[in-house]
Design a protein around this ligand. Structure first.
Ligand code: SF4
Ligand code: SF4
Length: 326
């Protein structure tokens, strides 16, 4: 099958953005870390990472490589960048999201040579060890290499090779992450997660909204891979949708796309995710309020009511949630 036939057979072979945490190894150990990264953080092998790249869609506009601290697993990062270039040439925009603590001029040059388009420093806040104190040193290093400041991710237009390389800074602010920490990892263990069942993480940028499509122009089509776990969102569902080491991302997406539960998540409506199996949005909202967080309601839903893997209800008395004919 040629690539055109492949895209026609499975539209998810052409995808917009994948956020990949390829390592949870990190030089820091922040209290609010949602994936419990740290000096003893979980890692996957070189072989697994190469298999994951083989399983990425044939066309991918953007990939964001993150961690953990990608530079704490530098050899693996370099191998990933080489393999991405082999697969996509320069047709995929590569963002490196990292804390910047371990960056040197020599490493920056290697990253440029290996095709990184954007450098996104995610550590400018009071939770990180350095609390943003390296900001001016890093800015100087980027400028010296001809990399230009751009506050948010720039509008991505092809050909990427003609776009300037950019850098930017962000951190956990009261509105974002500090005030709204996910009920995950150390943020959960340290009891600094957002306790407000009204707050809908699912329809924000890092939530599941638009992971299947981009009908809402204000939110891009994005999914996350946490090490190897394929998730519709960055917080991550309690069970992943699939295993990126063993399954093609496009096949996993195609499989779940006919599920009415996953279609609700695609709309950022986790309260109503159970409607097709007889659990109303009001009930979902009530549970989120009781549990204090919409993602905890989502965990309960997948633990008690619905099997992520088979995409069928756990209670056989509940209604079949699949679309007609699927
Ligand atoms: S928040 Fe970032 S820098 Fe801090 S431990 Fe987690 S991955 Fe490392
Ligand atoms: S509600 Fe579920 S799908 Fe939505 S962001 Fe939270 S964990 Fe992800």
């Amino acid at each position: 099958m040629n690539s055109e036939q492949q895209f026609n057979a499975n539209p998810f072979e052409n995808y917009h953005c994948i956020y990949w945490v390829f390592t949870q190894l990190c030089n820091d150990f922040c209290d609010h870390c949602y994936n419990s990264s740290g000096p003893k953080g979980e890692r996957i092998s070189h072989k697994d990472c190469m298999a994951i790249i083989d399983n990425l869609p044939g066309k991918l506009d953007q990939i964001i490589l993150s961690g953990g601290e990608p530079l704490a697993d530098k050899k693996l990062l370099y191998a990933i960048l080489d393999k991405l270039r082999e697969k996509y040439a320069s047709n995929t925009f590569i963002t490196l999201q990292f804390n910047g603590d371990l960056l040197t001029k020599a490493i920056l040059q290697i990253l440029l040579d290996k095709g990184v388009n954007r450098f996104s420093i995610a550590s400018i806040d009071r939770y990180h060890k350095k609390k943003g104190e390296r900001k001016s040193i890093l800015a100087q290093m980027f400028e010296d290499h001809g990399i230009v400041f751009h506050k948010g991710a720039p509008e991505i237009q092809k050909p990427f090779s003609e776009l300037p390389r950019t850098y930017g800074f962000f951190g956990s602010t009261e509105e974002m992450w500090l005030g709204g920490n996910w009920a995950r990892g150390r943020a959960f263990d340290n009891n600094i997660w957002k306790k407000d069942g009204h707050y809908n993480f699912c329809k924000l940028h890092s939530g599941a909204i638009s992971f299947l499509d981009s009908t809402d122009n204000s939110v891009m089509q994005e999914l996350s891979i946490q090490l190897w776990k394929i998730n519709p969102c960055c917080p991550g569902t309690v069970e992943p949708m699939g295993d990126a080491r063993k399954e093609k991302i496009s096949e996993v997406l195609q499989r779940v796309s006919s599920s009415k539960v996953m279609q609700k998540l695609n709309k950022g409506n986790a309260y109503g995710m159970g409607e097709s199996i007889g659990i109303s949005a009001d009930e979902g909202f009530e549970r989120a309020m009781k549990l204090g967080n919409i993602c905890l309601w989502c965990d309960e839903f997948f633990n008690r009511h619905f099997d992520m893997k088979s995409q069928i209800p756990k209670n056989t008395n509940t209604k079949n949630q699949f679309s007609e004919g699927s």
